[in-house]
Design a protein around this ligand. Structure first.
Ligand code: PEP
Length: 244
C-alpha cells in the first residue's frame, strides 16, 4: 500500500526570518500520521537552516535541483554529495521552470536523476505537458517521452524515485487539472512505471494544489500526494494539504 507524500517547492522565495517562522509553524502543526510524509524543498542557501530547524523532526527536506556531475569545474552547480552533507532526502529534477528557462533537456533531467540516485538522494522527477501540447492532443506522448528518458537512464534504480506529474498550464496559474484529468495521466505513468518494475513509485500531482482541492485529487487511485508550490509558503495551507 502506497502512502501519501506532500513536498513543498519554495522556488526562489524566502529569507532567514520568514523561513524560521514557516519552518517553526510547520513543526508545531505537523502531527505525523501513518503513511504520510511531509517535506520541503528550499533554495540552496537555506539548506543549512532547514537542516538545523528540522533535524530530528518528522519533516524531511531537500533541494530544488542537483547537478548531473559529481564534482569539477561547473560554476554555480551543486552536487548530490553536497546536498547529502546538509541532510537532504529529496532533490527535484526536471521542474518545468528548469526545463523552460534553464535548458534542462530530457537527457539532462535523466542524468540529474541518476546522479541523485547514485549518491543516495531521492529524485522527484517532474513531467508535464504545456497547454499547447495538451490542446494538440500530445499530453500522453510528452509525459511518456519525459518519463522514458529517466527510466532508460536509471534502470532498476527507478524503484527509489518519486515522479511528479505537473501540467505546465496548471503551475502557478490557479488552474488545476480536475481529479479525473490528473488520474488519467497518473494511470498512464503508473502503467509505464510498472513495465519498468517500479509500479509502487509515488506519483505526485502538482499544479495549483490548494487546501480546498487537495482531498479530491489525493483521493484518486494513482495520485500519491502532491508537489506544492505557492501554497507551501503558507504554513496553515500547506499543513491542510498534507492532511488532506
Ligand atoms: C510547483 O512549483 O511545482 C507548483 C506545482 O507550483 P504551484 O503549486 O504554485 O502551482
Amino acid at each position: 500500500m502506497r502512502g501519501k507524500l506532500v513536498v513543498g517547492n519554495w522556488k526562489m522565495h524566502g529569507g532567514l526570518a520568514a523561513n524560521a517562522a514557516l519552518l517553526g509553524a510547520l513543526m508545531a502543526g505537523w502531527q505525523p500520521a501513518a503513511g504520510r510524509t511531509l517535506a520541503v524543498c528550499v533554495p540552496f542557501p537555506y539548506l543549512a537552516q532547514a537542516q538545523s530547524a528540522l533535524a530530528g523532526s518528522p519533516i524531511a527536506w531537500g533541494a530544488q535541483d542537483v547537478s548531473e556531475h559529481g564534482a569539477g569545474a561547473y560554476t554555480g552547480e551543486v552536487s548530490a554529495a553536497m546536498l547529502l552533507e546538509f541532510g537532504c532526502r529529496y532533490a527535484i529534477v526536471g521542474h518545468s521552470e528548469r526545463r523552460q528557462y534553464y535548458g534542462d533537456t530530457d537527457g539532462i533531467v535523466a542524468a540529474k536523476a541518476a546522479a541523485a540516485l547514485a549518491a543516495g538522494l531521492t529524485p522527484v522527477a517532474c513531467v508535464g505537458e504545456t497547454l499547447a501540447e495538451r490542446e494538440a492532443g500530445a499530453t500522453e506522448a510528452v509525459v511518456l517521452r519525459q518519463l522514458d528518458a529517466v527510466l532508460a537512464r536509471v534502470g532498476r534504480e527507478a524503484v527509489k524515485m518519486v515522479i511528479a506529474y505537473e501540467p505546465v498550464w496548471a503551475i502557478g496559474t490557479g488552474r488545476t487539472a480536475s481529479p479525473d484529468e490528473a488520474q488519467a495521466v497518473h494511470a498512464l505513468l503508473r502503467t509505464r512505471l510498472a513495465g519498468a518494475g517500479a509500479s509502487d513509485v509515488p506519483v505526485l500531482y502538482g499544479g495549483s494544489v490548494k487546501a480546498d482541492n487537495a482531498a479530491a485529487l489525493f483521493a484518486m487511485a494513482d495520485i500519491d500526494g502532491g508537489l506544492i508550490g505557492g501554497a507551501s509558503l503558507k504554513a496553515a495551507e500547506f499543513l491542510a494539504i498534507a492532511r488532506a
